[in-house]
Design a protein around this ligand. Structure first.
Ligand SMILES: Cc1cc2nc3c(=O)[nH]c(=O)nc-3n(C[C@H](O)[C@H](O)[C@H](O)COP(=O)(O)OP(=O)(O)OC[C@H]3O[C@@H](n4cnc5c(N)ncnc54)[C@H](O)[C@@H]3O)c2cc1C
Length: 441
């Protein structure tokens, strides 16, 4: 009797989940789990962004992941399976489960993150007697599809994009395997009672802010949003014109939180764009959404190439940045209390909703580095805690880029905040919205 353990991580979905599909076809019984690493909730851990006194997961992402786990649970229960949710030290939990059940197979999806690859290395050393499945569907392409070795990946986006567009096709998503899942190993689901409580957003925002209303975790919501942005509203056909908006639901796809949690895969998004183009025609905007997915792709493979250097102060360029940490200034930035109204609005939006537009992220990072002269790593670490859509490669890669130590060939970019305000918030509505908002709790 073969017994499989499937460890969900950044792949909280059933459709296009290649690793889950492979494991399901090889075992007689299946135990599905998700683990919250207790260190991710602590500011005194020495791991990752906790070095900068930030948690690795904040309230907004935690809530979103819990919603996504509920959705996964409902889907699994309908198929006679179930999800077991734990909190603690992940490898210790795996060891205890293995002592109880003696798995023959372990499955977990492939991810280019440093921490994620270290975990896979540990699993393959600890459980060399088992079949380990570690297949990718977090990126558009597989590693073997890339037209160059990882060592030879360009460190600049444009040459990377040109090569992959010329030589690669995004992988097609695989269908749902719900009906083929092997039976559950245990009769009842387990949810650890030590999980931290979920904090809801402020009621005012739940009622009046479109992003807060609609940004709910789960595979079903992700598929709905993809359909909404493409076929329902045809907003995709205007994406290139609207994508620099600051507030609202329709100016960009808003798919990033679902992509980061793996409620949807980039392959599903690429396939939806192609399908949409076949029905409504291709234009610059439909192409541009794919172009942005290529930015995501670029940073994922950069992360595999450079490993820890993607998080280092001197970056992949090994250049010394000028900023340094100043607690008071940093807190003013976090709380939206700087001398720059546009920055304050963006930072309050992030603090209270867990989301910020791409334009906003560029402005607040530029201000952090240039106007405030702060150490970029503290900004990146705060984003790691605060963003619902936090993705290690996209976050730290973009911060390095703006700090002039990453993959920007032009060096450090500074935005003119007055000009940006006039262009993107000419009537001051966005600034007024967040200046007027006062949290009730
Ligand atoms: C300082 C900084 C930090 C960032 N941190 C993150 C992060 O932690 N997680 C994250 O997903 N994105 C990050 N981004 C990229 C980008 O801001 C968000 O992906 C985007 O705002 C999400 O909104 P959307 O889904 O509506 O994007 P859309 O404009 O609709 O784009 C579609 C998708 O393309 C990808 N994408 C778009 N722009 C970028 C980019 N510059 N880099 C990488 N992928 C991109 C995302 O997956 C996004 O969902 C960061 C950007 C900056 C400047």
């Amino acid at each position: 009797m073969s017994k499989g353990l499937y460890w969900f991580e950044h792949d909280l979905r059933i459709c296009d989940n290649v690793a889950l599909q492979q494991l399901a076809t090889q075992v007689d019984q299946l135990h599905c789990i998700y683990i919250f690493d207790s260190e991710d909730f602590s500011t005194s851990s020495h791991k990752g962004s906790a070095q900068f006194k930030q948690r690795r997961i904040g309230q907004h992402r935690y809530r979103f992941i819990r919603q996504a786990l509920d959705d996964l649970q409902q889907q699994l229960l309908a198929a006679g399976q179930q999800l077991h949710i734990y909190i603690g030290a992940p490898l210790t939990i795996i060891q205890q489960l293995n002592e109880q059940h003696e798995f023959t197979h372990i499955g977990k999806h492939f991810h280019t993150g440093v921490h994620e690859r270290k975990t896979i290395d540990s699993l393959s050393q600890l459980y060399s007697d088992k079949t380990l499945i570690n297949t990718n569907s977090y990126t558009l392409y597989d590693i073997d599809d890339l037209p160059m070795s990882i060592e030879n990946l360009p460190d600049v986006f444009s040459p990377f994009r040109r090569k992959v567009e010329k030589f690669c096709e995004a992988r097609l998503p695989v269908a749902s395997i719900l009906s083929e899942l092997p039976p559950a190993l245990l009769p009842e689901q387990f949810v650890d009672t030590n999980l931290p409580p979920i904090r809801e957003c402020d009621k005012v925002l739940i009622n009046h802010n479109e992003t807060v209303k609609r940004l709910l975790g789960g595979e079903q919501k992700a598929l709905q949003q993809m359909h909404y942005y493409t076929f329902d509203t045809q907003a995709l056909s205007e994406y290139k014109i609207t994508r620099n908006g600051l507030e609202g639901w329709e100016f960009s796809s808003k798919l990033s939180p679902w992509l980061a949690a793996g409620c949807i895969s980039p392959r599903q998004v690429a396939a939806a764009i192609t399908d949409y183009e076949a029905h409504h025609g291709a234009n610059d905007s439909t192409y541009w959404l794919f172009f942005e997915l290529l930015w995501r792709e670029f940073f994922q493979w950069q992360q595999l190439k450079h490993g820890k250097a993607l998080y280092h102060r001197n970056g992949i360029q090994q250049k010394s940045p000028t900023g340094f940490h100043q607690k008071r200034r940093f807190e003013d930035w976090v709380n939206g209390e700087t001398d720059y109204p546009i920055i304050n609005a963006c930072m309050r939006q992030l603090k209270y909703t867990g989301f910020m537009s791409n334009r906003g992220r560029q402005l607040v990072a530029s201000c952090f580095i240039h106007e405030l002269g702060l150490d970029w790593q503290y900004g990146a670490a705060y984003f790691e805690e605060a963003l619902i859509d936090f993705d290690p490669a996209s976050n730290w890669g973009n911060w390095q880029y703006l700090a002039g130590v990453g993959s920007d060939p032009r060096g450090c970019r500074q935005f003119n905040l007055n000009k940006q305000t006039q262009t993107y918030d000419p009537q001051g509505e966005f600034i007024a919205y967040w200046a007027d908002y006062a949290p009730r709790s």
